[in-house]
Ligand binder design. Structure first.
Ligand SMILES: [Mg+2]
Length: 465
C-alpha cells in the first residue's frame, strides 16, 4: 500500500519528530517492516516503496542481467519476459568487471527496461570514473537496445532522431589492430614512412590519431625526454599507473620532430589528432602545445589528466586552452555529466571526448554533447576498445549528435573472429571514412549464437540461454 499525499507531506516536513508518527501511520495503513527497511522516504512524491517496487503496469520486465567475457571484453545481455534482449559491450581491457555488472541485478530485476531513466536512477550513483563507469554505461546501452526493439525503431529515433545519414569515424592507428601499419623504429623518418602507409588504407579515414609523447612512450626515459623514469622497473599497465614528470628540452624537440614527420607523411587532406599524455606538467604542456601550432593538430588529447586519472583539473585545462591555438581535448575517463560541468562551463577545453561505455551510456553522451554545443565546444567520442557492439552504439549516437560532432573513434576487435559472431553490420563497415546509419530496430546488431558459443568461457556457457 502507498501513502497518500498528505501523509507523505506530513512525514517530509518533520522527518525526525514524525518518525514515531510515520511508524504509526504505516502500521495503520497495513505497511510492514519491509517498507521501513527500504531506508525511509527518498524524495517528495516518490515514496520508498513505489520506487523500490517495479511498476505494476509494465508490459515488459527485466528477468536477468547476464555477463560473459568474450575474447577479453565484458558483454552484457539483459533478458526480459517479452522475449526481447539487449546487448552492451565494454572495453577489452576490463574483463574483471563481470561481477560488478552482475551486481546490478539487485536493482533492476522486474523493472520495465523501456523506462531507461528510471532504471538509471537506481544504478547511476554506483558508477564512477574509468573503469568503474563501464558497468552502468553498458547496461544503459543494452536498455536502449531493448527499448528500440520493443518500439520497432532504431535507437537514434528514441534519442531525437537522425540529423546525418553517415557518421565520420577516426582511426587511432597506433592502437587499431586491423587498420595499422608496421614501423621500423621511433625516429622521425620511421614515423614519416609509417604515415605514408597509413594514409593509403582502404577505409579512407580522413582523421588519423596517434598515441605519442608520454602516452606513446616517445619521451619516457631520461635519454629521450622526461628527466626521470619513475615507472621504469614496473609494468606499463595504464590502469594501475602512468608516467608523468618534467619534460626535457630534448624530449620537447623530439616530439615536435616526430609530429612534423607524420604530417609530412600524411600530406594534405588528412587531419592529425595527437594523444600525447596524460602526464605533462602544466608549463611543459603550454610550451609543447605552442611548439606544435605550426602543424595544426586537430586536437591535443589528455595533456594533463585523462586515461585512468580519476580527476579533471578544469582550471589547469582552462589555462592551457587560453595559452595555445591548438584545440585542447580531454574526457575519456570522465563519468557522468556532472564531472563535465566545470570543463564545459569554464570553456576549459575546445573538444571533449567522453566514451559512451565509460561516461554513463549513450543518452548521457547525448546530453553532454548538447551542453558542450551550447558552449562552442566540439565532441569526438572515445571508444577504440569497445568492440563491434560498441561500434553499433556509436553509430546510433552519432546519427543524432548535435552539429559540434567531429567523429567517433573507430573500434576494432582484438580478435578477427568477432566479425563472424556479430551480425547486422554493413560490409565494408567504413567507406571513405564514414559509416552509413542503418535502420534496424534497437542497436541493429546481434550475435550469431551458434558461432559465438565456441568462444564462451566455461563459466559463461549459459550466456545465451
Ligand atoms: Mg586517449
Amino acid at each position: 500500500m502507498i501513502l497518500n499525499k498528505s501523509q507523505r507531506i506530513n512525514i517530509m516536513n518533520n522527518k525526525e519528530s514524525n518518525r514515531r508518527d510515520f511508524i504509526k501511520t504505516a502500521s495503520m495503513c497495513g505497511l510492514g517492516a519491509g517498507v521501513l527497511g527500504t531506508g525511509g522516504l527518498t524524495h517528495y512524491g516518490i515514496d520508498a516503496e513505489s520506487f523500490a517496487k517495479p511498476p505494476q503496469n509494465a508490459k515488459i520486465r527485466i528477468t536477468d542481467i547476464k555477463v560473459a567475457i568474450i575474447g577479453n571484453s565484458p558483454v552484457v545481455r539483459i533478458k526480459t519476459d517479452a522475449g526481447i534482449d539487449g546487448l552492451g559491450q565494454g572495453e577489452t581491457t576490463k574483463p574483471y568487471l563481470k561481477s560488478h555488472i552482475e551486481y546490478y541485478n539487485n536493482f533492476l530485476i522486474g523493472e520495465d527496461p523501456t523506462n531507461v531513466e528510471r532504471c538509471l536512477m537506481k544504478i547511476r550513483r554506483a558508477g564512477s570514473f574509468k573503469p568503474w563507469g563501464t558497468s552502468v554505461s553498458i547496461i544503459e546501452t543494452a536498455l536502449w537496445d531493448i527499448a528500440g526493439k520493443a518500439a520497432n525503431l532504431p535507437v537514434y529515433k528514441l534519442m531525437g532522431g537522425k540529423i546525418r545519414d553517415a557518421i565520420r569515424c577516426y582511426n587511432t592507428a597506433t592502437s587499431n589492430l586491423v587498420w595499422k601499419a608496421d614501423r621500423a623504429g621511433n625516429t622521425p623518418k620511421d614515423w614519416r614512412d609509417w604515415a605514408v602507409k597509413i594514409k593509403n588504407q582502404e577505409p579512407g579515414f580522413k582523421i588519423i590519431k596517434v598515441g605519442g609523447g608520454i602516452h606513446g612512450g616517445w619521451t619516457t626515459t631520461p635519454q629521450t625526454g622526461l628527466y626521470y623514469d619513475t615507472m621504469r622497473s614496473q609494468s606499463r599497465s595504464t590502469v594501475a599507473q602512468s608516467r608523468r614528470g618534467p619534460l626535457s628540452g630534448y624530449g620537447l624537440n623530439l616530439t615536435v620532430e616526430i609530429v612534423a614527420a607524420i604530417k609530412e607523411g600524411l600530406g594534405e587532406g588528412i587531419d592529425l589528432a595527437l594523444d600525447l599524455g596524460p602526464g605533462y606538467m602544466l608549463a611543459d604542456a603550454i610550451r609543447l602545445s605552442r611548439a606544435l601550432e605550426p602543424y595544426s593538430p586537430l586536437w591535443l588529447e589528455d595533456m594533463l589528466t585523462g586515461d585512468y586519472y580519476p580527476w579533471v583539473h578544469a582550471d589547469d585545462y582552462a589555462e592551457l586552452t587560453r595559452s595555445t591555438t591548438c584545440p585542447i581535448f580531454t574526457g575519456e575517463q570522465i563519468y557522468s555529466r556532472h564531472h563535465f560541468r566545470e570543463l564545459i562551463e569554464k570553456n576549459a577545453i575546445r573538444v571533449i571526448g567522453p566514451d559512451p561505455a565509460d561516461v554513463g551510456g549513450i543518452y548521457e553522451m547525448k546530453w553532454i554533447a548538447e551542453f558542450a554545443d551550447m558552449h562552442g565546444i566540439a565532441i569526438a567520442p572515445h571508444g577504440v576498445f569497445n568492440g563491434l557492439i560498441g561500434l553499433a552504439a556509436q553509430v546510433m549516437l552519432g546519427a543524432c549528435m548535435p552539429e559540434n560532432f567531429i567523429a567517433f573513434e573507430y573500434p576494432t576487435p582484438r580478435e578477427t573472429w568477432w566479425f563472424d559472431i556479430i551480425e547486422g553490420l554493413p560490409h565494408p563497415i567504413v567507406k571513405n571514412g564514414l559509416v552509413e546509419v542503418w535502420d534496424k530496430p534497437g542497436l541493429g546488431v546481434k550475435f550469431n549464437v551458434t558461432a559465438a558459443k565456441q568462444f564462451l568461457r566455461e563459466e559463461d556457457k549459459d550466456f545465451f540461454d
